[in-house]
Design a protein around this ligand. Structure first.
Ligand code: COA
Length: 154
């Protein structure tokens, strides 16, 4: 059964295995980036969740803080578990977290990943293209109910 939970530093090893295998699948045998941040889940991220199937991590999604915006990152689903709604579920959870604290959330992706359409579903829009594709979404603040001014009895 698939279970989604908050990650901790003990999950780093499995998270790196998943992320590096997905990157290898997309980019081939290019030199792999370093994973210092994933090896320090609790220190480097404001939010990090994993999806696991019988104890094996098969999905990750995280949020970092970057110049007062939220940066959505590490959105990876194991290839055997894609197109079942899991990526959507993890991103929605991350966006709910972001909406509590941030006005803007952004992410970077690569043409090779072909996921602009996936993020557009959540309302992200491309705002810059260089070696990466930069996408952003503005978040509405939580609605604060207006309460009537209490009557002051004299
Ligand atoms: C992108 C990714 C996280 C999506 O996860 P997922 O669990 O497969 O996504 P979902 O099942 O929730 O997808 C829901 C919808 O998003 C869209 N979608 C999903 N993956 C897509 C893709 N690669 N390209 C375009 N649209 C996509 C589809 O409309 C899909 O609905 P459908 O299956 O009914 O057509 C997953 O494909 C993945 O890990 N890819 C490799 C890593 C990657 O590129 N990560 C992004 C880093 S920026």
């Amino acid at each position: 059964m698939i279970h989604i939970r908050k990650a901790n530093n003990q999950d780093a090893k499995q998270a790196v295995i998943l992320i590096s295998s997905v990157l290898k699948e997309i980019f081939g045998e290019k030199p792999l980036p370093n994973y210092d941040d994933v090896n320090n889940i609790e220190g480097a991220y404001k939010f990090f969740i994993v999806a696991e199937d019988n104890g094996k991590i098969i999905g990750t999604t995280a949020v970092k803080e970057d110049e007062s915006s939220a940066r959505l990152s590490r959105v990876y689903i194991h290839k055997d578990y894609r197109r079942r709604g899991l990526g959507t579920l993890l991103v929605i959870k991350a966006l709910k977290f972001c909406a509590k604290k941030y006005k803007r959330v952004f992410l970077t992706t690569y043409k090779e990943m072909g996921v602009e359409g996936f993020y557009e579903k959540f309302g992200f829009k491309v705002y810059k293209r260089n070696e990466k594709i930069w996408m952003e979404k503005f978040l509405s603040p939580p609605i604060i109910k207006e309460t009537p001014v209490p009557e002051i009895s004299k």
